[in-house]
Design a protein around this ligand. Structure first.
Ligand code: ZN
Length: 332
């Protein structure tokens, strides 16, 4: 029904350069500098301003509190090192390119399905992030009510998703949707970074999931992350050929935690890091719960007409190491 905006690189020259980095686990934003692909990563702490503009039902103080709770949730991930620092309020708009990171409401009446978005401005000679603005679209109705409010989107939930982009995370495909008119309705999400929001009134989006925790820890690993978690690699094939853009989910049988990633090379290879050690089932599924371009660019060559397929055997994820999950062959 309501889709969140993709994080895009705001500088026009860079739009074509935003891509999923096909090297490591998790979707990150990559930046092409000459012959290098560099992972987009913030210098820490991220220093941000909150826009001094209320909307009906949400005061500036409400917005400020909700945004700082969103940053606190990410900073509270024990296995990651992300930190942010609130500088203060500003009258600057999150739509302006002014060298400061601004988070706040802005009216985007033409964006009928975009609740919010994150735009980066990057110095393309050094790869440094100059600013990363987040707007929440004030064409929608918003709330910060502790119990949620019917008909209104929760500021903290949407801010949590956008702050994930601000730190450099792309979208996760861990969610289930059903078609509703021209859009999709979210039935369940295993990740705050899923591109489609829960309906108005819901507070489900306030809680980071294991998939989010694995993603942020992979991008900004804390000192114990590598030693305490494990990873799995493997390949997805169809008729023996590697498949790009298949969604692969690791399900830990003991903890029940789900962490997903994609095959990110033409020979169908995937890697999923940040996993709990132990017996794990791998499931491969098509990217059919959201527009393919919400997850990966370019979208050419991504097949979605195959059946959900499980790995033929369990893999045992080691603590502090990696296991080869083998080849998973899918078919229609
Ligand atoms: Zn998003």
């Amino acid at each position: 029904m309501t889709q969140r905006g993709r994080a895009v690189l705001a500088a026009a020259v860079l739009v074509g350069a935003a891509l999923a980095v096909p090297l490591e686990a998790y979707l990150k934003f990559g930046l092409v500098l000459g012959n290098d692909v560099r992972v987009l990563r913030q210098a820490l702490p991220v220093r941000y301003f909150v826009r001094d503009l209320p909307v009906e039902g949400v005061s500036v103080a409400d917005l400020d509190t909700a945004v700082s709770r969103a940053f606190d949730a990410w900073a509270g991930v024990a296995s990651a090192t992300v930190r942010a620092e609130r500088v203060g309020l500003t009258s600057a708009s999150p739509l302006e390119e002014d060298g400061i990171t601004v988070i706040g409401f802005a009216l985007q009446p033409d964006l009928e399905r975009t609740l919010g978005a994150t735009h980066y401005t990057i110095d393309i000679t050094t790869g440094r992030i100059v600013e990363a603005d987040i707007f929440l679209n004030s064409r929608f109705d918003w709330s910060v009510a502790a119990g949620g409010e019917p008909g209104r989107f929760d500021v903290e939930s949407i801010a949590l998703h956008e702050v994930g982009h601000l730190f450099g995370l792309g979208h996760s495909a861990l969610g289930e949707t059903e078609r509703q008119g021209s859009g999709r309705r979210l039935l369940a999400a295993g990740s705050v970074m899923f591109p489609i929001a829960f309906p108005p009134g819901s507070l489900e989006g306030r809680r980071l999931r294991p998939d989010d925790v694995a993603g942020i820890s992979d991008l900004y690993p804390g000192p114990r992350f590598q030693d305490e978690t494990g990873s799995v690699t493997g390949r997805v094939t169809r008729n023996g050929r590697g498949m790009f853009g298949a969604h692969v989910v690791a399900f830990n049988l003991t903890s029940g935690r789900l962490v997903g990633n994609f095959t990110l090379s033409d020979d169908g290879r995937f890697a999923i890091a940040g996993l709990d050690p132990g017996p794990t089932v791998l499931r491969v599924e098509p990217l059919d719960d959201g527009d393919v371009e919400s997850f990966l660019q370019p979208v050419t060559g991504i097949e979605t007409d195959f059946r959900v397929t499980y790995s033929p055997q369990l893999v045992i994820v080691p603590r502090g190491g990696s296991v080869d999950g083998g080849v998973i062959e899918v078919s229609r």
